[in-house]
Design a protein around this ligand. Structure first.
Ligand code: HEC
Ligand code: HEC
Length: 326
């Protein structure tokens, strides 16, 4: 396929993603709780049970007491000496341990939701960090489905109080936001998106709050939204980030240097090329130095290097960059 063809296919996919995001955002921000749409998830321990043993595929790694046979993840019931507490009570214990360690409030719900939203944050002793990202393909649980499963987990060994889910702590709200965003980004897998980012984007950009070697810091880019980010990737020159304008220096020997102008003083300019090389040129060697508003240092063919899945995954990872929570 030629470039135009590929870009076209991408734009169609992106457009489909927008439609779906628009739809889900409407669903998410409905304000007053609307009447439950047909096929809606029941946010209750019973609703969660059906998902745990069905669509959520939890049973492929976990068992619950003597129900199920999987042992790749911890048993979620009370089971032998290894699991003296069922998950609801275990979560209370784990939350207490965390609160004691960090000195910050941490609830059992925070623990359960964290185990799904950010499985690597706490890895149960004796197990590998290999819990599935359950809100990404192929499992793709929605936020409501995750809430239902959390209710099911909390009800193991304890009375589940629905108020619990209605008044989530700030920590849980943060996780809910993250899950909503990830499933809105066409169901991309942010964990794999991080790998794509590191391979394809990380040489130029940074997520640390300081500009990267060649491109701007992206640690809060998620706030700019899906449309902005996908355009920045597909058509970088359409809107060039301030301070990252492209300069072209035509030297007297006819050679051109294209890059970001990082210094302009003492009769010299520094241009950083797209490879990250800093080139110092004497102004007396330059015939012409001008800003090129039609091109970005960021390559415009990155989407061609990526599969559609990589692209969606990197988008969902980007959407999650909303600044560090201190
Ligand atoms: C691919 C296997 C796999 C799948 C699928 C999976 N998990 Fe896990 N899970 C693990 C592993 C391994 C651990 C232990 C390591 C860790 O803590 O991350 C774990 C840990 C947990 C814990 C913490 C347990 C404890 O003792 O503190 C909870 C809660 C949990 N998973 C819930 C779920 C739920 C709910 C689902 C389904 C929506 C699910 N898991 C799907 C593998 C999986
Ligand atoms: C060769 C270096 C380079 C690579 C590789 C690169 N970028 Fe960029 N990127 C830039 C530069 C320079 C800018 C600023 C100019 C512009 O806005 O086009 C930029 C701008 C952006 C912006 C807009 C930021 C803002 O706040 O305006 C986003 C989003 C972005 N890049 C994402 C990505 C992603 C995602 C990838 C990987 C798939 C990537 N970039 C790969 C150099 C790069």
């Amino acid at each position: 396929m030629n470039t135009i063809g590929k870009v076209f296919v991408f734009l169609v996919l992106v457009y489909a993603t927008f439609m779906w995001v628009g739809y889900s955002v409407t669903e998410l921000t409905g304000g007053e709780k609307k009447a439950a749409p047909v096929g809606a998830v029941e946010i209750s321990p019973e609703g969660g049970e059906a998902l745990y043993w069905g669509k959520g595929r939890c049973f492929t790694c976990h068992s619950l007491g003597d129900r199920g046979s999987a042992v790749r993840g911890p048993n979620h019931g009370q089971f032998g000496e290894k699991f003296p507490l069922p998950m609801g009570l275990r979560a209370v214990e784990r939350a207490k341990e965390r609160a004691a360690k960090t000195g910050k409030k941490f609830t059992a719900l925070d623990y359960i939701v964290e185990s799904m939203a950010d499985p690597g944050a706490y890895v149960v002793k004796g197990y590998k960090n290999e819990m599935a990202v359950v809100y990404a393909p192929p499992i793709s649980l929605s936020l409501d489905e995750i809430k239902a499963i959390a209710a099911y987990m909390l009800s193991q060994g304890g009375d589940f109080d629905p108020e619990f889910l209605n008044q989530p702590s700030e920590i849980t709200q943060g996780f809910f936001g993250k899950i909503a965003v990830a499933s809105a980004a066409g169901g991309g897998d942010p964990a794999h998106g991080k790998e794509v980012y590191e391979e394809t984007c990380g040489d130029c950009h940074s997520l640390e709050g300081e500009p990267g070697d060649v491109g701007p810091d992206l640690s809060t880019v998620g706030k700019k939204g899906l449309k902005f980010i996908s355009e920045a990737i597909l058509l970088p020159a359409k809107s060039i980030a301030k301070g990252f304008e492209t300069y072209v220096a035509v030297k007297k020997d006819g050679r051109k240097v294209v890059g970001l102008k990082t210094r302009d003083e003492d009769g010299e300019v520094d241009l950083v090329t797209k490879d990250g090389d800093e080139v110092t040129i004497k102004k007396s060697d330059i015939n012409e130095l001008a800003e090129d508003k039609t091109s970005s240092i960021m390559p415009d063919d990155l989407s061609e290097e990526m599969t559609v899945k990589d692209y969606q995954d990197v988008l969902s990872f980007m959407l999650m960059q909303k600044g560090k929570k201190k």
